[in-house]
Ligand binder design. Structure first.
Ligand code: ZN
Ligand code: ZN
Length: 352
């Protein structure tokens, strides 16, 4: 809460209204799926409804809980209504137009709304030691399940069955869910960076991309490996080597004070050297934490400044239409000096 209050002071706000659920969970521990948090100078209030009464009483710290109906948003803005003029911050990217109208109506004309995106996200981007411990565990879990599921890959097995095995095993090992829809893509489908697992069977002499992640005790992991069914031809081995080198170059570019875009530039430079740059069709990585995509983004020209405590993915890839794709993704913790790899899975090219 201290960080929000600091931001309020520097922006001249009297209060801050938080509507994005991961931000609410981060600030007060509430994991329910409906609620609004209002940070004022003298008090912090979580507004939620009767479904979360018992849960909120157990989970919430640092805020009082008000059970309201029908709308938490209306109740929060009514609490702001008064005779004094107030400046209240909110994140415009986390509110619909209809919700903003509701705020205006309930809070009345004395509240001046201050739109500022990403105030809580900026705090979340720097993880403390407790968060890093949780993220290590989430990353190890993804690696463990990857290791088990690789052993199940053989010609004839369906992508969708492999994906189901991944999801099941993540849950059996303690994940509350998958961090995103698991990707298992084989053959020419592996050239689709975001392929959904299909009923296609894995065949001999194909690439298989597996991209999986767990949510474990509120924190996400995100891991990709690409394997080959059979003996890979030299051309494909060459692509694999290029992607490994590109990822290493990105990792070398991660340090506090560096631009997030430098990691992306490093990847593109290496891939260019291999003549593969035009086959890399997405960003190098993204921040990871309570959400699978958060700050800082490691994209082309990204101007955010990296800080110690950031956790980012590095996921260069090459995608060749008609043949297949290769992506290698790891989760990296930026230290005051150097980096810590959270995911612990070999980057050797696995051929089975
Ligand atoms: Zn991924
Ligand atoms: Zn990712």
């Amino acid at each position: 809460m201290l960080g929000v209050r600091r931001a309020m002071a520097s922006l001249g706000a009297d209060a801050w209204l938080i509507t994005h659920l991961p931000n609410i969970a981060y600030l007060c521990g509430f994991s329910g799926s409906a609620g609004v948090l209002l940070v004022e100078s003298a008090r912090v209030t979580l507004f939620t409804d009767g479904r979360y009464k018992i849960q909120a009483a157990q989970e919430v710290t640092g805020a009082r809980v008000r059970i309201v109906r029908p709308s938490a948003l209306a109740a929060a803005s009514e609490q702001l209504r008064g005779r004094a003029k107030r400046i209240v911050g909110f994140d415009p990217s986390q509110l619909t137009v209809a919700q903003k109208k509701q705020l205006d109506r309930s809070a009345g004309p004395r509240v001046r709304w201050l739109p500022r995106a990403g105030v809580v996200e900026q705090l979340r981007a720097v993880k403390d030691a407790t968060e890093i411990t949780l993220m290590r565990a989430a990353a190890l879990l993804a690696g463990e399940v990857f290791g088990e599921v690789v052993a199940l890959i053989k010609p004839g097995v369906l992508e969708s069955d492999l994906a189901a095995e991944i999801d099941y095993r993540l849950r059996r090992k303690g994940a509350s869910g998958v961090a995103f829809e698991t990707i298992v893509a084989s053959g020419r489908r592996s050239a689709w960076p975001h392929a959904r697992p299909s009923a296609k069977a894995v065949r001999k002499n194909e690439l298989v991309v597996l991209d999986l992640g767990a949510i474990l005790r509120g924190y996400c992991s995100d891991l990709t490996r690409t394997i080959f069914v059979g003996r890979a031809p030299a051309r494909i081995r060459g692509w694999y080597v290029a992607v490994v080198e590109a990822q290493q170059a990105a990792r070398d570019a991660l340090r506090p004070g560096a631009l997030a875009g430098a990691a992306d530039a490093a990847v593109r430079k290496v891939l260019k050297g291999f003549g593969l740059e035009r086959h890399f069709v997405h960003s190098t990585g993204h921040g990871l934490g309570m959400e699978v995509h958060e700050g800082p983004r490691l994209g082309l020209g990204s101007a955010s400044i990296l800080q110690a405590g950031n956790v980012v993915t590095l996921e260069p890839g090459v995608y060749i239409e008609g043949t297949g794709g290769i992506r290698i993704e790891d989760d990296v913790h930026i230290l005051p000096q150097g980096t810590e790899l959270l995911t612990q899975v070999t980057q050797e090219f696995i051929e089975i």
